[in-house]
Design a protein around this ligand. Sequence first.
Ligand code: FAD
Length: 329
Amino acid sequence: MANKDYNGILVFAEQKNGVIHKVSYELLNKGREMAKENDLPVYSVVLGSKNIDVNELIYRGADKVYYIEDYIFNQPKEILYKENLVKLINDIKPEIFLIGATSFGRSLAPRLAASLKTGLTADCTELKIDDDGKLIQIRPAFSDNILAHIKTDTYPQMATIRYKEFSEAERNTNLSGEIIKLDSIKIEDDLVKVIKEIGSKEIDISEAEVVVSGGRGLKSPDDFKMLEELAKLLGGMVGASRAVVDEGYISKEYQVGYSGNRVKPKLYIACGISGAPQHIAGMSESDTIVAINSDPSAQIFNIADIGIVGDLYDVVPRIIDKVKSKSLA
Ligand code: FAD
């Protein structure tokens, strides 16, 4: 233990509509591994209404689960979550606090770190505890050219970790632990107004098994319809490079890469994407990569399993026709 006033590893269990996000089980797995090596307790905290199966967090390795049960957490209100979590952290003083780098986690973590006057390392890809008991927070830096090893002097040592970086903790129903229910803190103005809820299935490309992505090779936003047709035929979703997101062709939720989503589908089809390191950072672990690009020297071909040198406006419709004829056969 690096600081005797703090103890244990706390994992934030993010939930939506009562369903715990899988990144929480990944963090419990990593937390458990570090805890075992360093003889630390593992805690988890979940905020949400009463239909959450919090026992699952025990089965995935938490020794103790703090459950702040209230329907007010049904909406992703960062300020409200922050107030409740700051109180818990000040009470239990974990030496390490881990949060998934989901959209909500990325929005919540800096607010928490600022309130707790502690450091935060965002988007980590690996974690270790050194011989002095300090958390080494590892993340790519300088466009993925180096892996920075970061330590923080302040406590708790906080990090957000990318989804799908670690495997999920295996479910073991023989594990036992304690569930501690806590009252919520309500605040007068949480500064958030939910205007419209977008169905997560529509936009969660990090879960898709097939991703058909478009880049600056597309001439207009409408041309995404062609990629969407192919994606649908293959049971997948569309993705995009940042270039076209910045152009306003498609919304940020579809962006693949360093500052977007990390995807690991069975099949990734890159259409008119050059293969900049920042894009590759988000898709290089796909099982099979198909690249369609008119420039034979495009970098994307260096990582593609199948490279098609050609005009996407010629190649994509031909693939669509082939898939259609196969599905009709
Ligand atoms: P371009 O590089 O312009 O490539 C377009 C490609 O289309 C070319 O290779 C061209 O040959 C091909 N092409 C053109 N017409 C056709 C056609 N008709 N048929 C077939 N091929 C055609 N980028 C991301 O994607 N995701 C990120 O998360 C991301 N994060 C970043 C973070 C930082 C800090 C920075 C600095 C940059 C980031 N970028 C990111 C931007 C990245 O560096 C590139 O600028 C971007 O990926 C380029 O997008 P692109 O491949 O669509 O465009």
